[in-house]
Design a protein around this ligand. Structure first.
Ligand code: SF4
Length: 348
């Protein structure tokens, strides 16, 4: 990895391919001395959190037509801004937007602070937005890292550590490429690369200006970065449910008051354990001696585990049961209703 060469290649690509966005001062104009309006940069960054450029653009145009400066926005009634925000979602963000606009108007004379630290002190303006506005509007050499930049770093450096644990390392790697030279263009070049070339799925590596530096591409599977922690398998437990009938009635029990489904009516069951039950084990654990027959099994998902209940069915008597007519089974918790229905119908 040669950071100087990588930077030069990405900035040259940005000079030729920068997206034309309504809040952006393109690289040519920027080189000629035009500076981005921090109000427009800030507004666009807030709108672009969690939504796409095509979706945010009409909102951006409507907001800036109606409220051309932060002072105009700050003076607006809450209800008007919230109504204009409708469709962008995340209304907390609109409230934060107004809180920030009003602080800029009231405490800073309508002028945004021109440093990352000063921006960070504003209410409702988070670390990412502060870094982005400071870089793009004020050319401060900040480290602007969002999900796109994390992905690009994970691929360029083939970072094996999975997300989210890798976040600090990805930020450190991104920071290692920041220089005082063109920090605003650099931040936007990385954004454009992540959005249009180094896409989450099917990255366009054959069009990538920094492909020669990319360790993930060299390894042959760039799309497999960033690594992600495999979802831990949901625990699985196994039990036996006993469907004991006496004519039209079914034997139920009341579960102990504490624990899962505590105090609720249930089919009699064995313990629930990690390993499956053999038929012989299931018979041995039955609530009464009877001519038990296996009638299949049901599976049920609880919040923290999945349960497989082997079903045994018999006709007979047992002590301590709550004998309930079949039509009364509808009051059972769903796992036992499912088991009772399966146990009874599998018999037919
Ligand atoms: Fe992303 Fe491919 Fe470029 Fe690597 S070569 S940075 S994976 S687009």
């Amino acid at each position: 990895m040669n950071p100087a060469a990588l930077r030069a290649q990405l900035l040259a690509w940005y000079d030729a391919n920068a997206r034309d966005l309504p809040w952006r001062v393109g690289p040519k104009a920027h080189a000629a001395g035009v500076r981005a309006d921090p109000y427009r940069v800030w507004l666009s960054e807030v709108m672009l959190q969690q939504t796409t450029v095509p979706h945010a653009t009409p909102y951006f145009l409507a907001f800036t037509a109606r409220w051309p400066t932060v002072a105009h926005l700050a003076a607006e009634a809450d209800g008007e801004v919230m109504a204009a925000w409708a469709g962008l979602g995340y209304y907390a963000r609109a409230r934060n937007l107004l809180a920030c606009a009003r602080a800029v108007a009231a405490d800073h004379g309508g002028v945004f602070p021109d440093t990352e630290a000063g921006l960070r002190a504003l209410p409702g303006l988070g670390p990412y937005t502060a870094a982005a506005v400071a870089a793009i509007a004020f050319d401060e050499a900040t480290n602007v890292v969002d999900g796109n930049v994390e992905r690009v770093m994970a691929r360029l450096f083939a970072v094996e550590e999975p997300l989210p644990d890798a976040k600090p390392e990805l930020k450190r790697l991104a920071g290692g490429l920041v220089r005082d030279d063109r920090p605003g263009d650099w931040a936007q070049a990385l954004m454009d690369l992540g959005a249009t070339v180094c896409r989450p799925k099917a990255p366009l590596c054959d069009r990538c200006p920094v492909a020669g530096h990319c360790a993930a591409l060299a390894g042959g599977a760039p799309e497999s970065f960033p690594r992600r922690t495999a979802k831990t398998a949901r625990p699985h437990r196994h039990g036996v449910a006993y469907v004991l009938t006496r004519g039209d009635e079914v034997a139920l029990v009341r579960r102990p008051p504490k624990g899962l489904l505590g105090g609720m009516l249930a089919l009699p069951t064995s313990d629930w354990r990690t390993g499956p039950w053999s038929e012989a084990e299931a018979r041995a654990a039955a609530p009464a001696p009877a001519d038990w027959r296996g009638v299949g099994e049901v599976e049920h998902g609880f919040t923290h585990f999945t349960l497989t209940l082997k079903l045994l069915r018999a006709e007979g008597e047992a002590d301590g049961m709550i004998w309930t007519p079949r039509r009364g089974l509808a009051a059972l918790p769903s796992v036992f209703l499912k088991a009772a229905r399966a146990g009874l119908s599998n018999l037919l």
